[in-house]
Design a protein around this ligand. Structure first.
Ligand code: DGT
Ligand code: MG
Ligand code: MG
Ligand code: MG
Ligand code: MG
Length: 268
């Protein structure tokens, strides 16, 4: 087709190709979720429904988009890791970010009522997104460790803070004052000595966040086939393997997870 004289405007588009060989990480985060959580009655410090909805949205992103090998989520954020060799949309950063964030956002609205049965969605939520490139496996592991350490630090603080307020009768500012400058061990002590809570027994989904990875599973399905000796058809059981996404709430900072799931970094 002949080109119009306007065609030249295409050259104004910036080249945002992600560097070859790097892991492409897209992280999204709820916009102003402090307010969103308050207005939608999220339980403090953790709302199971909100976390499950976030993971449902992440699952949808991984199923709909190509080349995502692992995702990690906590609080109002989720990170998606595209394989190093991905050439999806010619590795354009804007495509990675916009597809992840829009698929996630529309899923959040679409699936809201499945998780918040008694709470209407009061206004349209938004999410920001960014892309970060990690050139080595160690960098990628450190990135995920950073997000999980963040989950742990915030959750220990929030669990202690809300125990002091909800069970200890302190005001928000009194609880804040009491926790100022405390180390992790001191927060553990407050929880255990004052509230009989062993932090290590708190649900893993709160302490560790959620990891989504692909698993090969063997399925047996019933199938109807026709053969020369059974032209009218017969039922047979066939085995097939398929990839299924599974959630985990485990430590990704140590080596164990990466040894047990070595296919993630192998990236063939
Ligand atoms: P931003 O991201 O700069 O637009 O602002 P926020 O307000 O989203 O701040 P951010 O992302 O640093 O912190 C996440 C907020 O979301 C935090 O204030 C608490 C809230 N949030 C996340 N998950 C839960 C939950 O399960 N329960 C409650 N009550 N709040 C939650
Ligand atoms: Mg946020
Ligand atoms: Mg923020
Ligand atoms: Mg956040
Ligand atoms: Mg189009």
């Amino acid at each position: 087709m002949a080109k119009s004289k306007f065609e030249y405007v295409r050259n104004f588009e910036a080249d945002d190709t992600c560097l070859q060989n790097c892991w492409v990480v897209v992280r999204l985060d709820g916009r102003n979720f402090h307010k969103f959580a308050d207005q939608h009655g999220f339980k403090k410090p953790n709302d199971e429904r909100a976390l499950q909805l976030m993971s449902k949205c992440a699952l949808t992103v991984m199923e709909e988009l190509n080349d995502i090998v692992i995702a990690y989520g906590q609080s109002d954020e989720y990170s998606f890791v595209f394989k190093r060799k991905s050439n999806w949309f010619k590795r354009r950063a804007s495509k990675f970010i916009s597809h992840v964030v829009s698929q996630f956002s529309s899923s959040f609205v679409f699936y809201w009522q499945d998780y918040f049965k008694d709470q209407a969605l009061l206004f349209p939520p938004g999410f920001d997104g960014r892309v970060v490139l990690y050139p080595s496996n160690q960098n990628l592991r450190d990135y995920l460790s950073w997000r999980q350490a963040d989950c742990h630090i915030n959750n220990l603080y929030n669990t202690t803070f809300w125990a002091l307020v909800q069970q200890g009768g302190l005001s928000n500012s009194e609880a804040e004052e009491k926790l100022k400058g405390t180390l992790a061990g001191e927060k553990n002590d407050i929880l255990f000595l004052e509230f009989n809570i062993n932090y290590n027994n708190e649900p893993e989904i709160y302490r560790k966040g959620t990891v989504l990875i692909w698993h090969k599973i063997e399925e047996t399905i019933d199938k109807r086939i026709t053969t020369p000796d059974a032209p009218e058809g017969k039922n047979v059981v066939v085995k097939r393997t398929r990839n299924k996404l599974l959630p985990f709430h485990m430590d990704v900072i140590g080596d164990k997870f990466w040894e047990e799931h070595s296919q993630i970094l192998a990236d063939s």
